[in-house]
Each structure stands twice: as structure tokens, then as C-alpha cells.
Design a protein. Structure first.
Length: 231
């Protein structure tokens, strides 16, 4: 593939890192790979970019057992016992409540979350499910919103797919910059902490990004993990 499409040489390794990761831990790596390639064919995914919704769905699944397993003769993917996509069982909302509470307090301190409120702060307010996605470093988590629920009328459904693609800088981009600067130029790589979370959303859209926790209402003022633009 990289021989025919050399521009993919710097981005395909990102996808290939996910597959062995899923095979080492509980999760259905086949599901992620197959569904990701389907999205690629439809122009709804991009090499080098993790599709967060597929990633989370794969993480909540276990690989299909062999055909000799009498517990699952349908051949369909088997869900982990006790896992569903309802609010109560969303990863992290009940299994790791202390982490969720701490992250909510941190976001309030950073002036990104607003709340808590005893009642909805907006007349029309859309509430989304909360969850946790484990990072590469064991024991660390990223809080995400299930903004693709309910299917057909979710926040992500209303965002045009053509506005959601992301193109990361490639090795070729770095080469071109070095050629412009010359031999005496200095090269450096930097990273932005919580990059998506420093992006503000329009005040008129605050009512679209609400959630409920411990019986209280909150809303977000910054781009969320789980929103199509940051896939």
C-alpha cells in the first residue's frame, strides 16, 4: 500500500499501533479494523486519525469465540457481560465515579465546565452520556462524551462529515521546512496539553453540550472529546 501511496507511509503506522493494542487487552481489534476500513471507503475516516467512537465500541467488546463455542452460535460479536450503552453503564460513569468527579472539578476550575445546577440552565438542553477512555499510560483516563447517541438525532449527526477531517503534519512537511530554513536551522517537536479542550465553542451552542452527574446539571464551553471535529 505504501509503495503505491507513499504519502501514507507516515500515517498508517498509527493505525497499526491500535491493532496489537486491542489484541493484547480485552477488546475486538477485528471489529475496529473492519469497520474503520468501511468508513475509509465512504470517506468518513482518515488514515492516521483514530476514530474515537469505533475505538470505544471495540474496547467494550470481546473477540468472537470459535464456531465450536455453543454460547454464541450466531457468529455475531459478543458483548462483555454487564456492558451496554445506557447512561448507567457507560464506561466510567459508575465503575470509576471518583475519577469522573475529579475530572469534573478540574474542568470547572479551568473554567471549561459550568455547574452544578439543580435544574437545567437552558430551556432546551441536550444531555449526552459521559464515559472514560483509558490512555496509553495505564491508570490514566480521558473523559469523553457519547455525542453520537441517540443514533440519527445526535450532535455528531448534525455535523457535516466534510468538516470533520484532520490532517496531521507529515515527515514531508518537516523536510520542506528544513529546506526553506537551511542547514543552520533548529528543529523541535512540541505538544499541547489538552489541545482540543482549549478550543472554545460558540456561546449559542452551550445548550447542546450538557450532561448530568450525581443529579446535577452541567454544560461545557469547549470542544469535547467525542465530538466529530476531534475524531
Amino acid at each position: 500500500m505504501c509503495t503505491k501511496n507513499p504519502e501514507l507511509g507516515s500515517v498508517i503506522p498509527h493505525h497499526m499501533e491500535i491493532i496489537p493494542e486491542k489484541s493484547r487487552v480485552e477488546g475486538n481489534w477485528q471489529y475496529y479494523d473492519i469497520e474503520f476500513r468501511k468508513l475509509l471507503e465512504r470517506g468518513e475516516a482518515q488514515w492516521g486519525c483514530t476514530h474515537l467512537e469505533l475505538y470505544l465500541r471495540a474496547k467494550l467488546q470481546v473477540n468472537v469465540k470459535s464456531e465450536n463455542d455453543n454460547t454464541n452460535k450466531s457468529g455475531n460479536t459478543r458483548w462483555s457481560i454487564g456492558v451496554c450503552f445506557s447512561f448507567h453503564k457507560c464506561l466510567g460513569s459508575k465503575t470509576k465515579p471518583d475519577i469522573v468527579r475529579r475530572k469534573i472539578l478540574n474542568e470547572i476550575s479551568a473554567n471549561r465546565f459550568v455547574g452544578p445546577f439543580d435544574s437545567k440552565p437552558f430551556t432546551e438542553m441536550q444531555l449526552s452520556h459521559l464515559g472514560l477512555a483509558e490512555k496509553k499510560l495505564p491508570g490514566t483516563y480521558r473523559m469523553i462524551y457519547h455525542l453520537s447517541f441517540p443514533e440519527g438525532s445526535s450532535i455528531n449527526d448534525s455535523i457535516p462529515q466534510e468538516k470533520c477531517s484532520v490532517q496531521y503534519a507529515s515527515i514531508q512537511d518537516a523536510i520542506e521546512l528544513i529546506k526553506i530554513v537551511g542547514r543552520k536551522g533548529f528543529c523541535a517537536k512540541t505538544d499541547i496539553s489538552s489541545a482540543f479542550r482549549i478550543i472554545n465553542i460558540k456561546e449559542s451552542q452551550y445548550d447542546l453540550f450538557g450532561f448530568m452527574w450525581d443529579g446535577k446539571y452541567y454544560y461545557d464551553k469547549n470542544l469535547q472529546m467525542g465530538c466529530s471535529p476531534n475524531f
